[in-house]
Ligand binder design. Structure first.
Ligand code: NDP
Length: 457
């Protein structure tokens, strides 16, 4: 069932169509899987040093196109150009990190009787990568780079809202000398192309980033063919601020930890837990920081926050800030066309209320007061999610105690950073399964093979 209608790609800051492209359907997805399957035999056989050299060439080619890619991403995803440049920088760093990996994909020798036992890390085959619209090229790179380095071939399905940089990546890969069929991009709907990747018997693994709801369906669908899955899903992360913290630093850093990318970030620290003794000081510092956020044209150098991705997202986010929501203060947002929503702080909020329980995926923060350490930990863990988070305190022992007690895949102390190319990223609980980035991602694109070689009669 091929769908020949066009995808109209909308620029969220203007609501104008910025590109039209053919929409892939099940037929195009099957054809891409077939191409990837044919390409796999040769790609896995490329000598490690040669695969590494090709990936370095691809990295250089992406770096050479950094400015175009950043502008395309800023326009299509509505993100500030400075952020988009930073993200393309991370894409380059990710490809460079994994370009060195083919020659380091080592196995083990294991002492056994009667012979020699050794393990190999074999590629899986064709992998299906399904990516979201919030960090389109960055999240694609977290999957594409380790998958290629490990010797797999790829069918990548970008979100229909933001397919443009993935399509460019496919072109750049071919120009850089990646063999035909190794990286295939199918821009089409998740319910058709994504689903096909999940169900197709020739796809060995699906790596997905997106909503927990769709992730559940992927886990279910993957069971039919016992596919490997990596799921990077939603979050409702806690930013825990104790009264003995550097409150100025915590308050000046808290806004972009939730309003960055207009809040459309699975790592958004959208529950700000503040020790009651520090509440007044923290809130007055936070108000100044929130009101100074520059919201506007993504292509302007001074913009810190752009619009939401779509009219649907604007509608969903608005539903959390209705008539009786406890709005403490808000920043500004432009009028006119574009899916604008001002940075908004709700306070005080109980952790039982809807804005504190659901992933809003927009620039809405909930401030939740607490009285003591145990209560902060209990509130932080009272969620189905466990992706990211922060602890701010001047007490080192407490910092480590609380960081260990919070059920989350990634946590920072006196910092709101979440992601580094060389370190593992992923969630506890319903925030996902598996890890991306760092050494772990590479292993997740391989299968261990054990070989025993008899050496005695
Ligand atoms: P989705 O989870 O629907 O989309 C993510 C990707 O999955 C897209 O490429 C989408 O395709 C694809 N997809 C959708 N349905 C299926 C399916 N049945 N089988 C396989 N693939 C599928 O996220 P939304 O865009 O709907 O956003 C909704 C909410 O999800 C957000 O408000 C946010 O809460 C959360 N989200 C979380 C993200 C994260 O980083 N963890 C990223 C994006 C969203 P397409 O959209 O092209 O149809």
């Amino acid at each position: 069932m091929a769908s020949k209608e066009a995808i109209q790609v909308i620029e969220p800051a203007t609501e104008q169509v910025m590109a039209e492209l053919p929409r892939a359907g099940a037929e195009e997805t099957d054809a891409a899987i077939d191409k990837a399957k044919v390409a796999f035999a040769d790609w896995r056989a490329v000598a490690p040093a040669d695969r590494s050299a090709l990936l370095h060439r691809l990295t250089d080619a992406i770096e050479g196109r950094s400015d175009d890619l950043a502008t395309l991403e800023a326009r299509n995803a509505g993100k500030p150009i400075a952020d988009a440049r930073g993200e393309v920088g991370m894409v380059v760093e990710t490809f460079r990190y994994y370009a060195g990996a083919p020659e380091r994909l080592t196995g083990k020798t294991i002492p056994v009787s009667g012979g020699v036992d050794m393990t190999f890390r074999e590629p899986l085959g064709v992998v299906g990568l399904i990516t979201p619209w919030n960090f389109p090229l960055t999240i694609a790179s977290w999957k594409v780079a380790p998958a290629l380095a490990a010797g797999n071939t790829i069918v990548l399905k970008p979100a229909e809202l933001t397919p443009l940089t993935a399509i460019e990546l496919e072109k750049i890969a071919v120009e850089a000398g990646l063999p035909e069929g190794v990286l295939n991009v199918v821009p089409g709907p998740g319910s058709v192309c994504g689903r096909r990747l999940v169900e197709h018997p020739d796809v060995a693994k699906v790596a997905f980033t997106g909503s927990t709801e769709v992730g559940r369906g992927i886990a279910e669908g993957a069971a039919g063919t016992i596919k490997r899955v990596t799921l990077e899903l939603g979050g409702k992360s806690a930013n825990v601020i104790f009264a003995d913290a550097d409150l100025e630093a915590a308050a000046s850093s808290a806004p972009m930890a939730v309003f960055g990318n207009a809040g459309q970030d699975c790592c958004a620290r959208s529950r700000i837990l503040v020790e009651r003794a520090a509440m007044d000081d923290f809130m007055s510092a936070l108000e100044g920081a929130v009101k100074s956020i520059k919201v506007g044209d993504p292509l302007s150098e001074s913009t810190q926050m752009g619009p939401l991705i779509s009219a649907d997202q604007l509608h969903t986010v608005s539903s959390y800030v209705n008539g009786d929501a406890p709005v403490a203060f808000r920043g500004s947002a432009p009028d006119g066309p574009g899916y604008w929503f001002p940075p908004t702080v709700l306070a005080p909020v109980s952790n039982d209320e809807r804005p504190a329980r659901e992933e809003i995926f927009g620039p809405v923060a909930c401030v939740i007061p607490f009285d003591e350490e145990a209560e902060a930990i209990r509130i932080a863990n009272d969620t189905i999610y466990g992706l990211s988070g922060s602890v701010w305190t001047g007490d080192g022992a407490r910092a480590l105690r609380v960081a260990r007690a919070i059920e989350t895949g990634v946590i920072s102390i006196n910092s709101n950073t979440s992601v580094r190319v060389a370190t593992p990223f992923g969630g506890f609980k319903q925030s996902g399964v598996g890890r991306e980035l760092g050494p772990d991602a590479l292993e997740a694109y391989t299968e261990i093979k054990n070989v025993y070689y008899a050496t005695e009669g």
